[in-house]
Design a protein around this ligand. Structure first.
Ligand code: NAD
Length: 497
């Protein structure tokens, strides 16, 4: 049985204490035992990061960038190994896992440009003989707390930018799929990152609470559910830290009557059922506008019925299992609830049984029609392969649905009408908009973040937002001795004189 421990000060550390079981979701068999860090172990990781910080912050940006280049090459080399590790603990298909690693690599590629990104501002002669310049400085020890659904990509939304900016990092990954975090730590070490600059503590609430309250942690990035994210954000802020929390979602895809229905249905299949719906940018509500519902269902239903569900390592699988037995039960519970509330369950995936994988956490694709806004399956994030279709008479009704929902991560519109698309882009209250794009996750040189209760804090992750989050500004006003005026000045200095 694999023991999955911590990575502190440049080496794996297996401190005795509480543990949790890790499972292969396709078979239901236990694959490992993950250590759950105590406050003392988290303290050791923070101390290692604190000790490593001054030398790393002093390292020229070009040198830091070169380590990121090497790290990127190693990620390319090991992409299959990383993807397999993801599939074996998360359950998503191997190809989907490779896509996840690729999206993480793109953030590393962005971070390779750090010498340019950290170039400061300079204004000559703001007064006679006086110059002003601004530069961004790293914060110190920063922490990342990440969810189960992207065990490589989401940590890599954070640490490549944080490290390139000169911070040291403590990652607290999800305890459900912890192995890839250690592989990332080993690759960073192989790329030449000094010991202690990147650390991993496995764990649960105890580890998180220690990071949130530790006086030597300067900033916390969190990605996960809204309930935990709100707690993390408030606790971190109350302890004087910079914080950002990216949280839950209920993403709508608006289908206009003029949409290309074949392409829309393909988009709904990938965005609704890819990764078994366990994506914060998954589409979980399709809004059929102005009578397009019947034609949409005619094309959608057979595709959902034909969805190939199987183990993630099987090349034929389009959708793998859910992450844990508990999560499977929770998602099934939502489907039961939808039926009880009167929604029409057009495709029922609850009785799916896979020969040879009877103990796996599989659920077939589920499709509801005639869902209404008062239903729990409409209001709450299900995070499973369950797509709800809501029918509305007009575009304005669809927009109202998007805007009245408590979450505002992503929203998409499928249409051939440029006016409708432009209006939706301007008026939809969501942080990321797709126009004929179902999962509009921004590329690494833009940045990712939702609105409403999909986010707490005022900075997105990665891109220039990430650089801003992981640095603080210093602005210097300089005059050289030849320019110093005689005598003390008691009047507020002004420019131009
Ligand atoms: P989660 O909130 O259960 O866990 C996230 C992290 O918080 C994990 O590291 C976990 O160990 C820790 N945690 C869990 N309970 C805690 C507690 N009581 N106190 C302190 N820490 C705790 O989320 P999850 O189930 O791992 O991930 C799924 C959720 O993440 C979904 O809601 C999804 O929408 C969201 N998500 C959001 C984004 C985004 O960018 N908005 C991206 C990916 C996932």
């Amino acid at each position: 049985m694999a023991v999955i421990g911590h990575y502190i000060g440049g080496k794996q550390v297996n401190t005795a204490g509480r543990t949790a079981s890790v499972f292969n979701p396709a078979t239901g068999a236990q694959s490992g035992e993950v250590l759950l860090a105590s406050a003392a172990t988290v303290g050791e990781a923070v101390a290692a990061a604190k000790a490593a910080f001054p030398a790393w912050a002093d390292t020229p940006t070009l040198t830091r960038a070169r380590i990121m280049f090497k790290f990127k090459n190693l990620l390319d080399r090991d992409i299959d190994k990383l993807a397999e590790a993801i599939t074996l603990e998360h359950g998503k298909t191997f190809e989907d896992a490779k896509g996840e690693v690729t999206r993480g690599i793109e953030v590393v590629e962005f971070a390779c440009g750090i010498p340019h990104l950290l170039r400061g501002d300079f204004t000559e002669q703001v007064a006679r003989g006086v110059d002003v310049f601004s530069a961004r400085h790293p914060l110190g020890v920063v922490a990342g707390i990440t969810p189960f659904n992207f065990p490589v990509m989401v940590p890599m939304w954070m640490f490549p930018v944080a490290l390139a900016c000169g911070n040291s990092f403590v990652l607290k990954p999800s305890e459900k799929d912890p192995t890839p975090s250690l592989m990332l730590a080993e690759l960073l070490a192989e790329a030449g990152l000094p010991k202690g600059v990147f650390n991993v503590v496995q764990g649960d609430k105890e580890a998180v609470d220690t990071l949130l309250t530790h006086p030597d942690v300067a900033a916390v990035s969190f990605v996960g559910s809204t309930a935990i994210g709100e707690y993390v954000y408030k606790t971190a802020c109350a302890h004087g830290k910079r914080a950002q929390a990216l949280c839950g979602a209920k993403n709508h895809l608006v289908v206009m009557p003029d949409a290309d229905l074949d392409k829309t249905v393909d988009a709904l299949m990938g965005a609704g059922y890819g990764s078994a719906g366990e994506r914060c940018m998954a589409v979980s509500v399709a809004v059929a506008v102005g009578g397009v519902g019947d034609a949409l269902m005619e094309k959608l239903v057979p595709k959902v019925q034909a969805l190939k569900v199987g183990p993630g390592m099987d090349a034929d699988s389009e959708m793998g299992p859910l992450v844990t037995r508990e999560h499977l039960a929770k998602v099934r519970g939502y489907v039961d609830d939808g039926v009880a509330a009167g929604a029409k369950l057009v495709v029922d995936g609850r009785d799916l049984k896979l020969q040879g994988y009877e103990d796996g956490y599989f659920l077939g694709g589920c499709l509801f029609d005639d869902v209404t806004t008062d239903m729990k399956i409409y209001k709450e994030e299900i995070f499973g392969p369950v797509l709800s279709v809501v029918r509305v008479p007009a575009y304005e009704d669809a927009l109202r649905l998007v805007n009245d929902h408590e979450y505002g991560n992503g929203a998409a519109i499928f249409t051939r009408d440029g006016d409708a698309a432009r209006a939706f882009d301007r008026d939809a209250k969501a942080g990321m908009i797709g126009i004929n794009v179902p999962i509009p996750v921004p590329v690494a040189f833009h940045s990712f973040g939702g609105w409403k209760r999909s986010v707490f804090g005022d900075r997105n992750v990665y891109g220039m937002e990430g650089v801003g989050f992981y640095t603080k500004m210093k602005t210097t006003t300089a005059r050289w001795p030849t320019g110093i005026r005689a005598g003390a000045q008691f009047v507020m200095p002004t420019t131009g004189s």
